[in-house]
Design a protein around this ligand. Structure first.
Ligand code: FAD
Ligand code: NAD
Length: 470
């Protein structure tokens, strides 16, 4: 039997886009349902993305510190051993606690959580098929699609879940692979590569372009390349994987560089060459919703409305960076706009972070983009080796780079490679939101000794008045 329920807003997907939108909708008095096909709420981000990867990055960084750096602080540990099962169990606990918190959050806001797979079936109607084959029709004055994305699969190296894997399996290996191959030198390749390298894997990254982390400011990207190589990560750039084949014990890979083929073999091959919007099963085409034939994104207007009136889309499903905070910001904006408020997102100030060690955090334009747009500009840089706090922690790698308009001094972009860059970038985002100049940051008193003093010095360096830079 099919039951029908009526809502102001039906949201499909409970990731950082969907669940944040649901809470904002409830706050604004909308009767809201959130449909999720997985047993756990929180989407890719909480279950197989941001959170488990950062839990592994933090644990593996502690292991690395204990192994390589405790002794210089006078801390003797004796023989160090790794208990991978406990490390993974801890990660699972972090994930479970956070996904349980999302459920409590939605329940506390009286949002109906409906488990099952959703598809669009008619005018403002969503059909939900649950595990027991029960069908339910949800009617919504508005429908919000927030179904996220899935890893891109490359012909010739299909995922098999064992040898050739996506990030989901690479978050869950039950032993440290001796030899880990990674296709793609982007966010996932470098972050999960760092995890397994710290835990003992020999990590080889195969990237088809001439550099890793292609979206970074060039100077910062080159520094990251140098630092990761020093840590032991191996890079094959300008290199394509022709095919990969799982044998009894290894994954055999054929690489092509400059017209020449070579063979390599790995214990595991992680393929991380990007993600694609997840519209499969939603029946968007039948519903008349336009998608980009190249990227698969759902096309939306500035109010996040699709080509069908009353149906909206946000997050990884739509163009822009595939980041959790972008999805959440859009979730708030779309609901505010549905409720008649002025909801919008400033896409010029969305920060991005690569959680390697040191971290890399950016906001705004890179130096290459400023040059390409022929904007007059000044640059100030300052190394962490000149910051007292960084010296105390033994973290001397990296620098802050601040790019300001050559005439108005308005901040155009900030790029940080160094300890705690992920947290430091927030000050730069706020400064850009307020249209601040480099002088505003330079004249703002920063606590001492902190990492953020390096940002203040970089801002001073824009006008050549850094106190400490030589
Ligand atoms: P998702 O989080 O993908 O959620 C979509 C939800 O919709 C899922 O729960 C899915 O089960 C559900 N769904 C799909 N189809 C249906 C259907 N038909 N019916 C019902 N439910 C459905 N971003 C960051 O900002 N910082 C990070 O550190 C970071 N680390 C990452 C690490 C990894 C390994 C990966 C893979 C991604 C990472 N990301 C990170 C990206 C981030 O996870 C995504 O940008 C974010 O999750 C997108 O949110 P979303 O709400 O659009 O979709
Ligand atoms: P990515 O776009 O970051 O990097 C993919 C890399 O693979 C690129 O450098 C690309 O040139 C390369 N590539 C593409 N095809 C290739 C091929 N056939 N052979 C060799 N190299 C190839 O994608 P990702 O690392 O898979 O991550 C997906 C998305 O998830 C990211 O774009 C990001 O939005 C999100 N993410 C964010 C974070 C974070 O915020 N810290 C962490 C992980 C993932």
């Amino acid at each position: 039997m099919t039951t029908t329920d009526k809502y102001d807003l039906v949201i499909v997907g409970s990731g950082p886009g969907g669940y944040v939108a649901a809470v904002r909708a409830a706050q604004l008095g909308l009767k809201t349902a959130c449909v999720e096909k997985s047993a756990r709420l929180g989407g890719v981000c909480l279950n197989v993305g941001c959170i488990p990867s950062k839990a592994l990055l933090d644990s593996s960084e502690y292991y690395h510190l204990a192994k390589e750096h405790f002794a210089e602080h006078g801390i003797k540990t004796g023989r160090l051993t790794l208990d991978l099962a406990t490390l993974m169990k801890r990660k699972e606990t972090v994930v479970k606690d956070l996904t349980d918190s999302v459920r409590k959050l939605l329940e506390g806001n009286r949002i109906d959580i409906i488990h099952g797979t959703a598809r669009l079936v008619g005018d403002k109607q969503v059909e939900v098929l649950s595990g027991n084959r029960k069908k339910r029709i949800l009617m919504g004055d508005s429908i919000l699609l927030a179904t996220g994305s899935r890893p891109v699969e490359v012909p010739g190296m299909s995922f098999d879940g064992q040898g050739i894997v996506s990030s989901t399996e690479a978050l869950n290996f039950d032993m440290v692979p001796k030899n880990l191959g990674i296709v793609g030198g982007g966010y996932i390749g470098l972050e999960l590569g760092s995890v397994w390298m710290r835990l003992g894997s020999k990590v080889t990254v195969i990237e088809m372009l001439p550099k890793i982390a292609t979206t970074l400011d060039g100077q910062v990207g080159r520094a990251l390349d140098r630092i990761l190589k020093k840590q032991g990560m191996l890079f094959h750039l300008n290199t394509r994987v022709v095919n990969a084949r799982k044998t009894a014990k290894k994954v055999k890979v054929t690489l092509e560089k400059g017209g020449e083929n070579t063979a390599m073999s790995f214990d595991k091959l992680l393929v991380a060459v990007g993600r694609r919007p997840l519209t499969e099963g939603l029946d968007v085409e039948d519903a008349g919703i336009e998608t980009d034939p190249g990227t698969g994104h759902i096309i939306v207007n500035t109010a996040y409305q699709t080509s069908v009136q009353g149906v909206y889309a946000i997050g990884d499903l739509t163009p822009g960076p595939m980041l959790a905070h972008k999805a959440s910001a859009e979730g708030i904006a779309v609901v505010e706009s549905i409720a008649g408020h002025a909801g919008e997102v400033n896409y010029d100030t969305i920060p991005s972070v690569v959680y390697t060690w040191p971290e890399v955090a950016s906001v705004g334009l890179t130096e290459e983009a400023v040059k390409e747009r022929e904007i007059p500009y000044c640059v100030g840089t300052y190394p962490f080796s000149g910051a007292g706090r960084a010296r105390c922690m033994g973290e001397k790698e990296g620098f802050v780079k601040l790019i300001a308009h050559g005439k108005t001094d308005r901040i155009l972009g900030v790029h940080i490679i160094g300890p705690r860059a992920a947290d430091m970038i927030a000050e730069c985002v706020l400064a850009m939101e307020f249209g601040a100049s480099s002088e505003d940051i330079a004249r703002t008193v920063h606590g001492h000794p902190t990492f953020s003093e390096a940002l203040q010095e970089a801002a001073m360096a824009v006008r050549k008045c850094s106190i400490y830079a030589s």
